[in-house]
Design a binder for this molecule. Structure first.
Ligand code: FEO
Length: 394
């Protein structure tokens, strides 16, 4: 059911209690919501965001409780990701006179979503849409988390609609942050998976929105934040900070998976060499690591990564691939990278790791280092020398 969240402002979104994996990469143990909002002015009516395609009829039902969709004047797309634009085509058919409003960078995304031109209204910083007696203001906030993201603001009701920013995957039909169950873990997880890679853009957005007068934050997923909403901003402010860089020693993280201890022995020697050359070194056995949250910080703060794997069935082993996959959401571009590993038969793993590190845009200037079965004293000396060279290159 649609419900009024402020005078003539309605939540018209959809609840998705069943979803457990979102966007392939995220866990959603509490489901999610696709929040869409209807804002009525004296003269014009605007919808802020749509919903995932699967829920298009839910959106239409909620809208029809309030208006005939033909009365819709604007469909505002805070960003074009399909969980918020999946119902757009259907809605446009129901509301053919409605103008689609997007950020200036969203045009090509919109075109390729719909595979046609729709002559959208493009808006940017401080542009205003007059609805009659109330207005919607727009703020360009790129990379939060798509390049085309913008925030929408309704000053007359002091409501900020910040797209995915300040949202989370948490489905509770009570929707208000002070009514739903504890969603703090989902809120934290969402930032760290979705927004964390864009800390710099997050800080820019915080500069824009902090001085504004708003009483309610209405994100595109999860609870609506009305109970002291600035405390959520303070969390984002803290999470968006960079650690002080100047007084940090150069650091190398050595991560490995080892079937019989041989790749582990290489890891320890690389670490010794790097330490001897003055680097701060941390060594992680990926087989023993159970999603240690400190690792994420350590990886982002490190200047270099050495990643090792034994080779089984001509491949690196699963914990190593899982770790390498997790790097996609971390800022690792430009760090020094190297691969290593012991092998029995063919030894493909280090080369495959090296390719992945290059794909992640790490600086890989050292050949992947391999040892045949048990590393010899000479192999271990090569590992130490590699560690020393890595430390000097950080
Ligand atoms: Fe919820 Fe980036 O879409």
């Amino acid at each position: 059911m649609a419900f009024e969240i402020a005078k003539d402002v309605y939540w018209v979104g959809a609840l998705d209690a069943q979803i457990r994996i979102f966007d392939v990469i995220m866990k959603a143990p509490h489901g999610t919501t696709y929040n869409a909002y209807l804002v009525k002015g004296r003269d014009k009516t605007a919808l802020i965001d749509t919903v995932k395609a699967k829920y298009k009829n839910t959106l239409l039902t909620h809208l029809r409780e309030l208006i005939d969709p033909k009365e819709l004047d604007y469909i505002i797309i805070n960003h074009t990701e399909p969980d918020h634009t999946g119902a757009l085509e259907t809605l446009m058919a129901q509301a053919p006179q409605a103008r689609v409003v997007i950020s200036r960078t969203a045009e090509s995304y919109l075109k390729h979503l719909l595979n046609r031109d729709v002559a959208p209204l493009k808006v940017g910083d401080d542009d205003v849409l007059d609805l009659g007696g109330r207005e919607l203001r727009f703020f360009s906030t790129p990379f939060l988390h798509w390049p085309d993201t913008m925030f929408t603001y309704l000053p007359q009701e002091s409501i900020l609609f910040p797209c995915d920013y300040l949202g989370c995957h948490f489905c509770d039909e009570r929707l208000w942050d002070d009514s739903v169950d504890d969603f703090s873990a989902s809120f934290d997880y969402y930032f760290h998976i979705i927004m964390r890679p864009f800390k710099e853009y997050s800080r820019k957005a915080l500069e824009k929105i902090t001085p504004m007068d708003w009483k309610l934050i209405a994100p595109s997923h999860g609870p609506l934040l009305r109970s002291n909403p600035r405390r959520y901003l303070e969390l984002y402010r803290r999470w968006s900070q960079e650690p002080p860089a100047a007084d940090r020693p150069k650091s190398l993280i050595v991560l490995y998976a080892s079937a019989y201890g041989n790749t582990g022995a290489m890891a320890q020697e690389i670490a010794r060499g790097a330490e001897a050359a003055g680097a701060k070194v941390m060594v992680y056995d990926l087989m023993a690591l159970d999603s240690d949250p400190r690792l994420v910080d350590a990886v982002e703060q490190a200047d270099g990564l050495a990643v090792g794997s034994c080779t089984i069935n001509a491949d690196a082993v699963r914990p190593v691939w899982e770790f390498l996959a997790s790097l996609a959401t971390l800022r690792v571009k430009g760090k020094v990278g190297v691969a290593f590993g012991s092998y029995a038969w063919s030894g493909e793993a280090p080369k495959l790791i090296e390719e992945r590190l290059r794909g992640l845009k790490l600086k890989v200037s050292e050949e992947a280092l391999r040892a045949h079965l048990v590393p010899t004293a000479e192999d271990l000396a090569h590992c130490r020398e590699l560690g020393e060279r890595l430390a000097k290159s950080l």
